[in-house]
Write a protein that binds this ligand. Structure first.
Ligand code: UDP
Ligand code: MG
Length: 329
């Protein structure tokens, strides 16, 4: 850890156009911030010229560090790679697409100096489509009843974390990482700063409706086992109902004799129970799927190249000179 150094982690996937812009914007902002800083790009298997843009910057600006993955591993893996490699006493996570305004950095650092371990940016939903806003607010109402951490609408990964908070996050080794939940789970002193939503200007969002839905599922399943309990309670409820139905029918048979059983009753029971069983199996499957992936213990990401020393990478001349310089300091 370096004293007085702020590290900025920027996961980047097909952000070729934005790399220089965000670097420019950060450089401007840090003119009035009295901390040293490093900008840490993680190229998450981009298929455009993101990596080349980052390399061009790194060639002229020694504050620019990068790691480039062997393929697209997802934003969560990119953030983790950042945490594992940055050196700062405080770490800021932000997107490359300029949707996270750099003017908030001053507020972040102010919060950090006040002693907060997490300074969290919360956006409003200005500019989001009404359907997306409605679905998100319903989702957050639901999820906060279901999970054991307190997730806020409009809060994402854009935040400052103290070294202590980063170290705590690094202790959570799960493969399926739901950062929003992990950030809440570690706790520590938190401060919220608000900002107006900014729409993406260049490139496109990597979130489709289905990936948002899957992300939502991750949120529910990663942080609690209540769905399993709901299956259990539904099972008990249906069992009780059927016992009542069996007793009532039996009494009716004893008093009135057997009448021809109704087609409707049978078919309803078969379909309803079939549905409940499949749903329960699906929920159990979600958990088993996760256990399956966790037991494999695969690395979260693979690095193809970087301009920082890494044990998995061959030592290049460029890296040798970086190492020499670091030793000299
Ligand atoms: N990102 C990434 N890997 C991915 C998808 C996204 O590193 O597989 C990065 C992306 O380059 C951006 C940030 O994560 O810097 C947020 O992505 P995006 O803008 O698509 O998400 P949104 O702002 O729509 O939530
Ligand atoms: Mg974005």
């Amino acid at each position: 850890m370096k004293q007085g150094l702020i590290s900025i982690i920027i996961p980047s996937y097909n952000e070729g156009y934005n790399v220089k812009l965000i670097h420019e914007s950060l450089k401007k902002e840090f003119k009035s911030i009295h901390y040293d800083y490093e900008i840490f790009f993680i190229n998450d298997g981009s298929v455009d010229d993101t990596l080349q843009q980052i390399k061009d910057l790194a060639a002229v600006c020694s504050r620019v560090k990068y790691i480039s993955f062997s393929r697209n591993f997802g934003k969560e893996a990119a953030i983790l790679a950042g945490f594992e490699h940055v050196q700062g006493e405080a770490v800021i996570v932000m997107d490359a697409d300029l949707q996270h305004p750099t003017y908030l950095l001053k507020d972040f650092i102010k919060g950090y100096e006040e002693g907060y371990d997490q300074v969290i940016a919360q956006r409003n939903r200005k500019g989001d489509s009404p359907v997306r806003s409605l679905l998100s607010s319903l989702y957050y109402k639901f999820i906060n009843k279901a999970v054991e951490v307190d997730l806020r609408d409009g809060v994402g990964d854009f935040r400052l974390l103290s070294r202590q908070a980063v170290n705590a996050l690094l202790k959570l080794s799960e493969g399926n990482r739901f950062s929003k939940g992990l950030f809440c789970w570690i706790g520590f002193d938190q401060k919220i700063v608000f900002y107006e939503n900014v729409e993406r200007k260049n490139g496109t969002s990597k979130w489709s409706f289905s990936s948002l839905f899957n992300y939502g599922m991750d949120g529910v399943v990663s942080f609690n086992h209540k769905p399993l309990r709901i299956c259990f309670y539904t099972g008990i409820f249906i069992l009780l109902l059927s016992i009542i139905y069996i007793i009532a029918t039996f009494v009716k048979i004893l008093t009135n004799g057997i009448s021809v059983p109704g087609y409707f009753t049978i078919i309803s029971a078969v379909l309803f129970l079939g549905g409940v069983q499949l749903l329960s199996l699906g929920i159990i499957g979600e958990y088993i799927g996760r256990i399956y992936y966790e037991t494999k213990k695969r690395p979260h990401y693979l690095i193809k190249e970087a301009n920082i020393p890494n044990k998995d990478l061959p030592e290049t001349n460029e890296l040798k000179s970086v190492r020499r310089l670091t030793k000299m300091h």
